[in-house]
Design a protein around this ligand. Structure first.
Ligand SMILES: Nc1nc2c(ncn2[C@@H]2O[C@H](COP(=O)(O)OP(=O)(O)OP(=O)(O)O)[C@@H](O)[C@H]2O)c(=O)[nH]1
Ligand SMILES: [Mg+2]
Length: 322
């Protein structure tokens, strides 16, 4: 099947065509790129929502609960679950699958797990494309779950219009040390596992932090949920709707949408640079030399990186001579 055929079937609502398109985008094939080019003008209808946070905070449980609530509201849901961890964690994906099984037997839900590991370009390149596909397929809502591992967390923020950062009551230290940058990527903060002690304190701490950090038109709400018991989930979906409305409003919409696509482009350039730079043989030769120097403590890693960056324009300018 060529790109055009896949796009036609996808737009006609064929789930197998969606699965096939996602596979192309994940493998970054020429067909995958062509599909994305063709469908992009039709994107932007779905609510795209990133659910991120540290491992084990209850993101998958929350994604399931939010998906069910969206279904109650009559919306169809696409779910992208990104597993960033080791090759040994297939069990984790499987666990999520089993937990979400009840959802996946619902024709109004489409679930796709993907591994971000081994994807040199990082999450943003593939996830952004997969989200676009789920959007044009006609899902009303696309939920993207990622474990916040620094880089990935920032990248997921560029994938979704609305990013929900999930923490737990016990994560007091984490909240304290949470960098302002990380808080800025979130439009909604959730203290999940609010059935555990300390939830009110965590909510109060986050609100206090946000009060000093945030000066935008949108003030991120801090909510508490018990995802496992569906508590606070309807309120979370209300908040997501509020933020979505904000991004589509006349007054702030243009600015929000520009912030979002600027982040996307920058993340894609960063990912593309990363991938392309290390495809250049001369870069790798220089890297090998620098590795030996730094390993022998003759040079520090920072100046080695500086040397490589300085040499880069020249190495890059003559790729065919390598
Ligand atoms: N007490 C309590 N436990 C919860 C709640 N929500 C989820 N859990 C539990 O927390 C554990 C982790 O939940 P997951 O949903 O897998 O968390 P996750 O953030 O997706 O985990 P990773 O994807 O591995 O990072 C499970 O044992 C859940 O049952 C909650 O509201 N309260
Ligand atoms: Mg999970």
């Amino acid at each position: 099947m060529d790109a055009q055929e896949i796009v036609d079937s996808l737009l006609a609502g064929d789930r197998r065509a969606l699965a096939r398109a996602i596979t192309h985008v994940e493998a970054d094939t020429m067909i995958g790129r062509e599909i994305l080019r063709q469908v992009y003008p039709r994107t932007g209808r779905a609510q795209t929502i990133g659910i991120t946070g540290s491992a084990g905070t209850g993101k998958s449980t929350l994604v399931g609960a939010v998906a069910r609530e969206e279904r109650v509201r009559g919306r169809t849901v696409g779910i992208v679950a990104v597993d960033p961890s080791s090759p040994f964690s297939h069990g984790a994906i499987l666990g999520d699958r089993i937990r979400m099984q009840e959802l996946t037997s619902d024709p109004g839900v489409f679930l796709r797990s993907m591994a971000s590991r081994g994807n040199l370009g990082g999450l943003s390149e593939t996830a952004t494309g997969v989200v676009d596909l789920m959007d044009v397929f006609g899902h009303d809502v696309v939920l993207i779950e990622t474990v916040g591992a620094g880089q990935d967390e920032v990248e997921v923020a560029t994938t979704a219009q609305t990013t929900v950062l999930v923490t737990n009551p016990a994560a007091g230290d984490e909240v304290q040390s949470m960098k302002a940058g990380l808080m800025e990527i979130a439009q909604i903060m959730v203290v999940n596992k609010a059935d555990l002690a300390g939830a009110d304190t965590a909510v109060a701490q986050l609100r206090a932090l946000l009060a000093i950090a945030n000066h935008d038109a949108w003030k991120p709400p801090v909510l508490s949920t018990v995802a496992r018991a569906n508590e606070g989930v309807a309120e979370l979906v209300d908040s997501i709707d509020d933020h979505q409305e904000h991004t589509r409003s006349d007054t702030h919409g243009a600015q929000e949408r520009e912030r979002h696509v600027r982040g996307q482009i920058v993340a894609l350039v960063r990912a593309g640079l990363h991938r392309e730079v290390f495809e250049i043989d001369k870069v790798n030769s220089l890297l090998d030399e620098l590795v030996l120097e730094v390993a022998a403590r003759n040079q520090d890693p920072r100046s080695a990186a500086g040397e490589l960056l300085e040499a880069l324009p020249k190495l890059w300018a003559t790729p065919e001579e390598m």
